[in-house]
Design a protein around this ligand. Sequence first.
Ligand SMILES: NC(=O)c1ccc[n+]([C@@H]2O[C@H](COP(=O)([O-])OP(=O)(O)OC[C@H]3O[C@@H](n4cnc5c(N)ncnc54)[C@H](OP(=O)(O)O)[C@@H]3O)[C@@H](O)[C@H]2O)c1
Length: 304
Amino acid sequence: MTRSLILTRMGATPEPALAELPLREPGPGELRIAIDAAALNPLDAKLARGHLADWFPIVLPWVPGTDFAGRVVAVGAGVTGFVPGDEVFGRSDPVAGGAFGPAITLPAGFVARRPAGIDAATAAALVTPAAIALQALDEVAGADGPLVILGSGAVGTALVQIARRGRAVTLSGRHAARLAVHGVQVLAAEGADLAAAIAGAGVVIDTVGGPRQRQVLACLRPGARFLAIAEPLPEDAAVPAGVKAGFAALAGGGGQLDRIAGLAADGVLVPEIASRFGIGDAVAVFGAWTAGRLPARQVMVREG
Ligand SMILES: NC(=O)c1ccc[n+]([C@@H]2O[C@H](COP(=O)([O-])OP(=O)(O)OC[C@H]3O[C@@H](n4cnc5c(N)ncnc54)[C@H](OP(=O)(O)O)[C@@H]3O)[C@@H](O)[C@H]2O)c1
């Protein structure tokens, strides 16, 4: 593919299009990577809709996409450990974006080697969900009491696959069977059932957000921890006495990608990919994704 997906307008009606863009040579410490696969994340939709502009000041036109897998095609000065032809995967800075194009140029520290036997689409689909799952589990390590994971999307699934313990609460019940194979108890909670599903939790990791955050907080006992992933708690949220509540924003680094590669190679992390598409369909797929019509993972793969 030689064209990139670009956004020329953000907001309530973002305007995706395809365009031929010049490729940037890698500067010192950078790699240029030919993209073989790029995965959509909820963050791509939030950014396109103009949310989170204070955190991510995007300049238009912008090529979206953080999570990718591909091959090194050029190596900047001072880079050691990578040579052209290496199969890698990684995560771009959200403001820089760039994964939904033919190639991306970014710091070598943002990529790791893709394990043999893990195809590009699988590697791309893992990056952000597995990275935030690892970070969240690191943050709550050592906390006492049962672990409850709220939500059964890509992050919820990665949490369940890595933790292999605790209770997963799927709000729709649609994914209960898929999660149950990972050795966790799965509860489908709707409405009033949520309190029963949370009861006794020592740690709740919430990948859903929204009004349920307040409901969940109200169910927690003193000493419990609540770690939000989808969005920070509202400033006026009532945190019960003795409950430690916070938000985890993906920090990256610290060997996270190598840990993900190891877990994927060992068969622990297995992402669910709903469908694969080519650059020719990227405008339509991105439009549907930002409109919230495609809840499960979509991965763009190189054509030809
Ligand atoms: N803080 C950070 O740095 C960070 C990093 C990564 C992600 N996030 C955020 O965390 C949240 C969760 O991310 P995610 O990647 O897990 O989102 P996701 O895969 O889109 O899943 C979100 C919810 O969609 C539902 N869902 C998932 N697959 C579905 C399917 N095949 N059909 C129908 N519904 C489906 C699930 O609801 P049910 O449980 O009801 O089935 C799930 O809880 C997002 O808001 C994302 O932006 C934050």
